[in-house]
Structures are given as structure tokens and as C-alpha cells.
Design a protein around this ligand. Sequence first.
Ligand code: NAD
Ligand code: WQD
Length: 339
Amino acid sequence: MTILVTGGAGYIGSHTCVALLEAGYEIAILDSFQNSKPELLKRIKEITGKDFKAYDVDLLDSDGVERVFSECSIDAVIHFAGLKAVGESVANPLHYYHNNIVGTLVLCQTMQKYGVNRLVFSSSATVYGVQETVPLTEDLPLCPASPYGRTKMMIEQILTDICSSDSNWSVALLRYFNPVGAHPSGLIGEDPTGVPNNLLPFVTQVAVGKLNQLSVYGNDYETPDGTGIRDYIHIMDLANGHLKALNWVTLNTGADAFNLGSGTGHSVMQVIKTFEEATGVKISYQAAARRPGDIAISYADPTKAKRLLGWQTERSLLEMCVDAWRWQRNNPNGYQSES
Ligand code: NAD
Ligand code: WQD
């Protein structure tokens, strides 16, 4: 079975490619490398000892996408390719709507032309926006707070409409919570461009000495220690979720949404303390103002994914910190030095 992985050179895509190859799938990667490095492809081969096709193609280039479909006999698609920086999407919404939505339309049109109708899509917990209660369940009304989040909500709707129009289609809409950590080999991991926006990459870059101090955004939230609570999920657990979702789209039709989270929330201070415990490295931090747009508490109700996909998380926050640190320590400049 051959799986097309769009955005397969990115953070989540690369770890999922490893899991797919290790499970015996053939893969083809389509990526424009606008937020990733070709060096990564060598690392996937090094970890798995397996070869695969990789295309430097932008999803906005319909001829390029068609070439991939004509050269590979694709059975199903996992669609990671997209832009994901919330702040950037507020500053440049047209760029985000164009890349994420038009890219998905080109992909689906080409899938339709080639009779490929099984799709696993990277949505995000950001589609929930601010809600009255936690844990978050899939049936809540969606109200994303940024253009980025709205691209995810709109794409979910587009894919659901395609499934309603054609009963041969099957789409799993995966709403990821906060993916962190790295492959235990330390060969692949998260490699953000510039100063990281997300908590754990910031913490690992402070630990390795690239950044001086972490700002803890808000210590006056209504949480036990006053800092924000999120549902962190190990990247390899998330990668395995895609294998389960692939199974689901093979056996079912229609569109359905699944939370991929652990069901447990951890505060910023718990992350810092767990990282220090996992690595023996002290993290310098200071309290700072709340980050605009942040919410106090977000964590998943993951029971639907357990019930219908047969998936749940297995790795602890401590393992997330150990693996994130191994990656950062072994690759202080990410993939840059070798690209
Ligand atoms: P990433 O930026 O590391 O990977 C995305 C990949 O897609 C990159 O390699 C990039 O070059 C590629 N890409 C972007 N636009 C493209 C286009 N038009 N054509 C071809 N390739 C293109 O991001 P990630 O963290 O691996 O996220 C993967 C997906 O999961 C994204 O859709 C993201 O929105 C979603 N997601 C991420 C998180 C997170 O915290 N990392 C959380 C929820 C959802
Ligand atoms: C986690 C906690 C911060 C950085 C974002 C996107 C979301 C999704 C995942 C794609 C919060 C605090 C952070 C720092 C801090 N991406 N923090 N100092 O905001 O839950 O989600 O990434 O879909 O769309 O919004 O994750 O890692 O940025 O923040 O104190 O330097 O860490 O305030 O409480 P977030 P995060």
C-alpha cells in the first residue's frame, strides 16, 4: 500500500513517515520545503533503512501534484502540508488562506481525478477556540480565534462536503493537541525557523544555550499554579495515531473528527520542572505578561479516538522532555549545519 504524505518533510510528517515505513507501508513524500530541509529525508532513510520517493513540489502547483499522482500508484493520502504560525496568519491572512485552502483544493481535485478517496487530514485543537468547559469533545461548536485556525475549520468543512457528495470518500479529521518531543534516535525532531513560538522548543533552546531565558506568559490564570495548561502529546504517539486513522479510512466511509491528545493537562511550570528532572539542566525563566490570544486551559477528551481508532497515548511528559532534549543536544542548530 502506497501512502502519499504531503508535508512529509515537516516535524509531524517526518515522524509519521518513519512510523509508516516501519509498519511496512510504501511512501511518497510531497513537500515544497518552505518550512523544512531536504537533509531530513536522509535521516528518515538512516533511521528506517528504507528508501522512498520524495518530490520537491508545491501543492499550489497543480501540474506538479498531477505528476506525483501519475508516477506513484497512490492508495491513500496523509495531508500535513500547510502553514502553521498563528501570529503570521494574523499578519498575513491572504497568504494563509491561499496556501492552506487552495493547496488542499488542488490535492483533492487531483485525488478525485486519480480515483484516490482515502484521506487523513492534520487539523488542530485550535479549531475549538475558547470554550466554557474542558475536556474538549469533538461535538463542540468550533470557534477558532485566528486565520490559521479558520483555515483548519474551513478545510474540515470542505472535506466533509466532499464526503457528503461522494460516498466512496473517507476522511479522518485529526485534531492534534500540543505535539512535542522527538524520535528516540535523536536524528529527527522539531526544527523551528527563528525564535520558537512554542513552549518546549523554547525550553530546549534555553537548555542548550541558544536562548537566555524563557518568558512564562501569564502566572495569574485560574489554574493551580497560575500558568497555562495544555495537553502535550509525544510526537511518536501522534505518529501512531496516523497509522490508526489510516486503518479507519480504509475500513469506513464518510468524514469524522478525532481528538489526538492524552486527556491530561500540564501547566507551564510543570513542563519546566519535568524538563529539569528529565535532563538535570536548570531552565532560567521569568514571569511575563499573558500572550495575547492564549487561553488558560486546553486538554482533550480522547475517548472517541480510543473507541473508534483504537488509539491512545503511551508516553509520559518525562519521555517527551528526554527525547526533545536528546534531539536538541545532538543537533543544536537543527538540520541547518548539514543542509
Ligand atoms: P511543519 O511546518 O514542520 O510541516 C509542514 C510541512 O508542509 C513543511 O515541510 C512545509 O515545507 C510543507 N508545506 C507547507 N505548505 C506547503 C505547500 N503549499 N506545498 C507543499 N508543502 C508545503 O509543521 P508540522 O508541525 O509538522 O505540522 C504539520 C501539520 O499539522 C500542519 O498542517 C499543521 O497546521 C498541523 N498542526 C501542527 C501542530 C503543531 O503544534 N506542530 C498542531 C496542530 C496541527
Ligand atoms: C503552550 C503554553 C503559553 C511559549 C500553539 C498554537 C496551536 C497549535 C499548537 C497548530 C501556553 C506558554 C509558550 C513561551 C510560555 N499549533 N508559553 N512561553 O499556544 O497551546 O498552541 O501550538 O495547530 O494552534 O496556538 O502552544 O507551545 O505556544 O504554548 O509561557 O515562550 O506555554 O502561554 O500556555 P499553544 P505553545
